[in-house]
Design a protein around this ligand. Structure first.
Ligand code: ADP
Length: 617
């Protein structure tokens, strides 16, 4: 029950938005459920006419439940029968056209009405479910995109796909089928049981004797399914992550002949998925035979009782119809339970994600940061991802329009410095200010809007060239885009693409060379017109020819901007006004390129390793 309550608590705010359709769907579902009772009445009515009774009104109401409302129902029944009498065939009376039509149409009309109501109910509830799940997925994306980088570092891609696809998917199934059935089926049971009691309460009592026992398999199967669903989610996450890993790195996999290794990783996951799939299938399909068996015990008892007491055939037939119909909704309720158990795991995942707070959040009254006027400053900044300090007492000032080079061995903390400036993380101590204002006080949009990042991982979206450049500034015009591409030395090759700026680049821009992709990324930085430029090993992944093409574009991009340039290749730092050398998170040297070379310290040592000497500087 706790699970169902959690699903309800989570889903209700979304479902409630569509209350009109929801209410209509529920009402129709109730009507559908109760309408099933007419089949008990219908079959009994038909079979009564097989017996040579003078008039339907003379049918004895054996063991009838007394009471005023019962009398009213009987009166209604009699009135309906009085109308139907002319339309229905009767044993011993010659058939007329009217009765042939009536005989043919009696059950189809009941079924048509029942199905029509059922369809309308499912339509309304399905509509609510589709749109509620759309909203949930959108909210989940919004939530995820609002979380900080630490959340993403701690997770695999499969976690996100599982959350959106299967977490929300299980809720979707639960809302679409589970809710509709959860409304229809109990009322079907209620309607059928009521009809059976109205017909004959003793028979009804014996017939449904075994029904409560159905709860036992439903309970155990539900528990098992939830356990299995948890394993399936974990394995599904691994599967999705591995898929992304493998198919985005096909070059390396082929080059190293890793196909078979990857295949064995897939095989392991799929083996486990097949096993949990079978467990789930077993649990699901063992439930129904048990319920069916119980229903047949019920039918057996009725048959015995009817023979024992000598009740009429119409009653027996009406009852058996009721019995057979009764265990259908019970089976369905078992099925709904399966949806709920699986959805409870999905909702658990969604609730955890929705309950996560970004570690880097905006303050309540975050100020919009005006465009850079004076400069930026790191003031005694300490930072650590966990226990180990990564940056220690970092004190750097960067007046507007100056260029700062950041160098250091791998792991020295260079990228971390950039991450702090972009406020992917907050310093553990100290502060970073822009024009004297702490960046923690600023809105994230206005802060990041001042910066353009060109990094070693070149991101090309699965969109057109123009759209890829316009990512830098969403309202960029075509003129802005072309101007940016020209500045980035990209215009020419873009024009040479099959559809120019409208050429679709495909995932990760596989149609382009590394240098071309980087020039598109630089055009994106140009169009942004941001005063602060962050270059994070922008040319590190390029060969020397591509580097030469890109470097020209970068030099132009640096003009008039405040630049933070992280570089491994020290020769790219000649134009910097100042360079800081990081070692284990501390600044160990600072100065201009020539000055540092002359000092013959850590920087000069690194430069020598790259074949740069003071004389060549
Ligand atoms: P650099 O860019 O100079 O190579 P980084 O700033 O990437 O160095 O990393 C500095 C240190 O922080 C390294 O020891 C690295 O292992 C650690 N580190 C980097 N990113 C993370 C992270 N997301 N979680 C934990 N530790 C990290």
């Amino acid at each position: 029950m706790e699970n169902i309550r959690q699903i309800f608590d989570f889903g209700w705010p979304y479902v409630r938005r569509y209350w009109g359709r929801l209410a209509l769907g529920i009402l129709l579902g109730v009507a559908f459920g109760l309408f099933n009772a007419t089949f008990v009445w219908g079959t009994k009515t038909l079979f009564e006419r097989l017996e040579p009774v003078e008039s339907t009104m003379d049918v004895p109401h054996t063991n009838a439940v007394p009471g005023a409302w019962k009398a009213k129902l009987n009166a209604l029944n009699d009135r309906v029968l009085a109308v139907a009498d002319g339309w229905l065939p009767r044993v011993g009376v010659p058939l007329e056209t009217k009765q042939i039509i009536g005989g043919l149409m009696f059950l189809p009309i009941l079924v048509f009405l029942r199905s029509g109501i059922g369809y309308a109910s499912v339509y309304c509830l399905g509509w609510v479910s589709e749109y509620a799940v759309r909203d949930i997925k959108l909210d989940a994306h919004k939530k995820l995109q609002g979380l900080s980088m630490d959340y993403f570092h701690a997770r695999q891609l499969g976690d996100h796909t599982m959350l959106i696809n299967r977490g929300a998917g299980s809720l979707h199934r639960c809302l679409t089928y589970g809710v509709a059935d959860a409304i229809k089926e109990p009322f079907t049971i209620l309607g059928l049981v009521a009809a059976m009691f109205l017909l004959d309460w003793e028979l009804a009592l014996f017939g449904i004797l075994f029904a409560p026992l159905s709860v036992i398999p439903i309970y155990f199967v539900g528990r098992k399914l939830r356990r299995v669903a948890k394993v399936a989610y974990t394995k599904g996450t691994e599967q999705d992550s591995l898929m992304v890993e493998v198919y985005t790195n096909m070059r390396t996999i082929k080059a190293y002949g890793l196909e078979r290794l990857q295949q064995s990783r897939f095989a392991e996951i799929y083996q486990k998925l097949a096993r949990v799939g079978m467990k789930s299938l077993q649990a699901r399909h063992l439930q129904n035979p048990v319920i069916e068996l119980l229903s047949m015990f019920g039918a057996g008892v009725i048959i015995l009782f009817v023979f024992h007491t000598g009740k009429s055939t119409p009653q027996l037939v009406g009852f058996l119809t009721g019995m057979i119909m009764l265990y259908q909704p019970i089976k369905k309720l078992g099925g709904i339970n399966q949806y709920y158990q699986e959805a409870s795991v999905g909702v658990g995942m969604l609730r955890t994600a929705f309950g996560t707070e970004p570690s880097v959040a905006e303050v309540t009254e975050a100020k919009a940061l005006p465009r850079l006027r004076e400069g930026l400053k790191f003031e005694v900044v300490d930072f650590s991802y966990g226990d180990e300090p990564v940056l220690r007492g970092l004190d750097v000032e960067l007046p507007k329009g100056t260029k700062l080079g950041v160098v250091g061995e791998s792991g020295a903390g260079k990228s971390t410095l950039v991450s702090l400036l972009l406020r992917f993380y907050d310093p553990t101590a100290g502060s970073i200010t822009i024009d004297g204002a702490d960046i923690r006080e600023a809105s994230l949009e206005s802060l990041r809007g001042q910066m353009a990042l060109v990094s070693q991982e070149i991101v090309i979206f699965n969109q057109s060239v123009a759209d890829n450049i316009a990512c830098g500034k969403l309202d960029a015009t075509r003129e802005d885009i072309i101007a940016a591409a020209k500045a980035a030395n990209a215009h020419e090759f873009i024009e040479g693409l099959p559809e120019g700026y409208d050429t679709h680049l495909g995932e990760q821009g596989t149609r382009l060379s590394g240098g071309q992709r980087q020039r598109i990324a630089i055009a994106r930085a140009f169009v942004r017109e941001a005063p602060i430029l962050i270059l994070d090993e922008a040319t590190a992944s390029l060969d020397s020819k591509a580097e030469a093409e890109v470097q020209g574009a970068i030099d132009r991009l640096e003009e008039g901007r405040t630049v933070v340039c992280v570089a491994h290749r020290l020769s790219t730092l000649r134009g910097m006004d100042r360079i800081i050398v990081l070692e284990a998170g501390r600044v160990v040297e600072t100065g201009g390129f020539a000055e540092l070379m002359e000092r013959n310290g850590a920087f000069a040592a690194m430069a020598r390793k790259q074949g740069i000497t003071s004389s060549s500087a």
